[in-house]
Design a protein around this ligand. Structure first.
Ligand SMILES: [Zn+2]
Length: 397
């Protein structure tokens, strides 16, 4: 069966699950589900939220815009058709896409063009700051958690939920949509809700979005049953470490024939040398005692699993203090560290001179490792724009 392609405007509209506002000034919360087509829970959660807001005519500041990501992949219930749509959102990727003729587009290129139009329209409208939230689910059972680029507004929004916060995932995954919004100075958070087909995943993602609406100062706590929503998240995520940091990503390709050992769920503790998986070369064992994250139990995907470790409260407080004192801006004064001339958000670290400055120190200052430039380590960080920095300050917990 052949289908006549719809005009561009209709295609764009199809992504929109719903918009809600009461005409009161405030931030924009752009909430996206289904950037991966086998993750329909986020879309379902957003449908419920828009419905509940409309039914209750709930008073809200600002505007909620709920969208679905990869429409053809959602129809086929597959993570993607040609390529992962949650990649290639770096500046260079977008430039390349826009310079190329749409005739050469694969399914995801076309989806990316449509989403890009929506993102830009939201950014242009966001006079009072903007929060982007990307809702995901996974192939394994597991507790809900948030992941984010480590800016202070992102931290504050994520901390409003009683679930673990995962730092450093975005350092491993280049060009995710979240990165696009961080780069624009907006707040940007990913929420992982649990297993794809588990109905509780929809409940948790819904609870996460309610929390963000409150934390961003858009909804009053009493406008919804926040305590009930909190209990939903706390039931599965409350007993886990508050903040963990990704230390290792096990990258796989199809040729690896990677098969995860059964029974792992996200944030399960594993010992050094513990058997985690098999691939064509044999056994895959854990390189260290850690917590396993996002073990892969589906065909598509390039991450076998991640390993992470809890970050102690002491370091979190110290890093908040250092940033409050604006010491993060002075990192380039340290020995062996220099500013990138063409990009003020990046620094180069000479590992021979700055040997004692472990990567962790730069992480705490909000920098993320971006790779190597010659023999030097390239670290980059993003600052939230001023509107974002003020988000929900009066009401956030
Ligand atoms: Zn996903």
């Amino acid at each position: 069966m052949t289908q006549t392609p719809l005009p561009a405007e209709d295609q764009k509209q199809k992504h929109v699950i719903g918009c809600y506002d009461c005409g009161l000034p405030g931030p924009i919360l752009l909430a996206q589900g289904g950037i991966h087509g086998n993750e329909p829970a986020g879309v379902a959660a957003l449908q419920r939220i828009v419905q509940a807001l409309e039914d209750g005519q709930i008073r809200m500041r600002g505007r909620l815009i709920a969208i679905a990501g990869n429409l053809p992949a959602l129809d086929c219930k597959q993570r993607f058709l040609a390529r992962d749509l949650n990649r290639r959102w770096t500046e260079q990727d977008i430039q390349k896409l826009e310079q190329r003729s749409p005739d050469k587009d694969d399914t995801e290129d076309q989806q990316q063009r449509e989403l890009l139009q929506i993102y830009r329209a939201c950014e242009a409208e966001a006079e009072h700051g903007m929060v982007f939230v990307d809702l995901h689910s996974s192939s394994a059972d597991g507790p809900p958690f948030t992941c984010l680029g480590d800016t202070r507004p992102n931290r504050r929004l994520a901390m409003s939920m009683p679930v673990p916060m995962v730092l450093g995932l975005e350092e491993c995954i280049d060009g995710a949509v979240m990165d696009y919004f961080n780069r624009g100075g907006h707040a940007s958070i990913g929420v992982e809700g649990g297993r794809h087909q588990d109905p509780r995943t929809v409940d948790r993602l819904q609870a996460a979005v309610w929390h963000l609406l409150v934390a961003a100062g858009m909804l009053e706590k009493k406008a919804i049953d926040l305590r009930g929503e909190r209990a939903i998240l706390h039931a599965t995520g409350g007993h886990l470490p508050r903040v963990v940091e990704v230390r290792y990503r096990h990258v796989i390709s199809e040729e690896d024939e990677f098969i995860m050992q059964p029974g792992f769920t996200s944030l399960d503790p594993v010992n050094a040398e513990q058997l985690l998986a098999h691939d064509r070369r044999g056994e895959v064992r854990s390189s260290e005692g850690a917590l396993v994250l996002l073990p892969l139990y589906q065909g598509q995907g390039e991450d076998g699993y991640f390993l992470c470790r809890p970050v102690r409260q002491f370091w979190l407080r110290l890093s908040s203090l250092m940033r409050w004192l604006r010491m993060d801006h002075l990192a380039y004064m340290l020995p062996g560290v220099q500013r990138q001339k063409d990009d003020p958000t990046s620094i180069l670290v000479d590992p021979r001179i700055a040997r004692w400055l472990v990567i962790e120190i730069f992480h705490l200052l909000g920098y993320r490792k971006r790779g190597m430039r010659g023999k030097k380590l390239l670290f980059a960080r993003r600052w939230a724009n001023e509107r974002t920095a003020r988000l929900g300050k009066s009401t956030a917990s």
